[in-house]
Write a protein that binds this ligand. Structure first.
Ligand code: UT7
Length: 331
């Protein structure tokens, strides 16, 4: 059942969301919206927002410390840090560098990658490939975003969705272990790069008075098109990964998709005949935290004793790019 990359296990997992809660009612005081609209159209009840002095790396460090503790190792045992983010502390250096420093680790390689909300699946694929090299023993994969820093708080079509958070996993080779990453499937289509983007601030449109005036440093989104492609691409990738591992939804204990919109999750559940009792949702509490949303959800249900060691989890994500991916993990 494992596709040739045996025994890459999740040795530790941790997640962190900021303390400050922003409710739908709070948002209705900022933009023309309502708790009723947000709940029925998205499934979001409230979300967490980082403090103004907090950066993405601060959220990531907390999640990383929890994952390292959960793995029962020390920070010095980590030999590679891979960080997926779309809201880096700075354009350069990589946010992974700030995390490395704050964790008190030196000399190990660290880098960021950009797969937006599909970061967990992309990160798993990169990590397990790196772990084929025996010089890496404990890879720290972190997904984190202070999305509130790239959210247009005047745009009701996006600001009700996004939130801040981070998740981390420690991945290691464990020969003979029955658990681990069963398979990962990732894909992308750059034709759809314009439907979900932060247009300015890069080399194409560096920051200028005009880009600031035109609010181009924030999310621009064609919500309906993202919705349509999310259902299509996530659905297809989940079907494919199940089929190529000779599994059906009956074999899966928990389905954890990217927490973007409850109606996207419902459409996927209909398409794959996922029983409601297998679908794990934290969107109502934490909103859309990008790539960390899957780790945050697994962490939440593990703490509630709903997800247990040894169970089979099907995850799927989609995001700006357009990117998508799915993964089957035995925890
Ligand atoms: O990680 C990936 C991130 N992105 C996504 O996951 C986005 C995927 N797309 C979606 O989740 C949905 O498309 C949205 C939640 C963004 C929008 O829901 P929708 O059912 O597709 O609404 P719509 O865009 O078709 O808009 C319906 C109406 C419009 O009013 P009119 O033109 O019918 O008068 C919007 O202006 O709802 C209005 N509207 C709002 N009303 C109250 C849009 N946003 C809001 C709002 N509050 N926050």
């Amino acid at each position: 059942m494992n596709r040739g990359l045996e025994n890459i296990v999740i040795k530790g997992l941790g997640a962190h969301v900021p303390e400050r809660v922003l409710t739908n009612d709070d948002l209705s005081k900022i933009v023309d919206t309502s708790d009723e609209w947000i709940r029925t159209r998205t499934g979001i009840g409230e979300r967490r927002i980082a403090a103004s002095g907090e950066a993405t790396s601060d959220l990531c460090v907390r999640a990383a410390q929890l994952a390292i503790e959960d793995a029962k190792i020390e920070a010095k045992d980590i030999d590679l840090i891979i960080l997926g983010t779309l809201a880096p502390d700075m354009l350069t250096p990589a946010t992974a560098m700030f995390v490395q420093h704050k964790l008190g680790i030196k000399n190990i390689p660290c880098f960021d990658f950009g797969a937006a909300c599909s970061g967990f699946q992309y990160g798993l694929e990169i990590s397990r490939m790196m772990l084929l090299n025996p010089k890496y023993k404990n890879v720290l994969l972190i997904c984190g975003d202070k999305l509130s820093s790239v959210t247009d708080w005047q745009d009701r079509t996006t600001c009700v969705l996004f939130a801040d958070g981070a998740g981390a996993v420690v991945l290691s080779r464990e020969p003979g272990c029955q658990c681990g990453i069963v398979d990962v499937l990732i894909g992308s289509d750059g034709e759809h790069s314009d439907i979900l983007s932060i247009p300015a601030g890069g080399s194409r449109e560096p920051a200028s008075e005009q880009t600031i005036r035109e609010r181009k440093h924030y999310w621009r989104m064609d919500g309906r098109e993202v919705f349509r492609l999310a259902v299509q691409k996530m659905g297809e990738s989940m079907v494919e990964i199940l089929e190529r591992n000779n599994l059906t939804i009956n074999d899966i204990n928990h389905v954890v998709t990217h927490q973007a919109n409850i109606r996207i999750m419902d459409a996927i559940a209909n398409r794959l005949a996922i029983p409601p009792e297998k679908a794990r949702v934290t969107l109502d509490k934490f909103g859309n935290t990008s790539a960390s949303s899957i780790i945050i959800t697994i962490d939440h249900y593990r703490k509630c004793n709903v997800i247990s060691q040894g169970e089979l989890i099907l995850t799927a994500g989609f995001g700006a790019g357009l990117t998508w991916g799915s993964a089957i993990i035995r925890l």
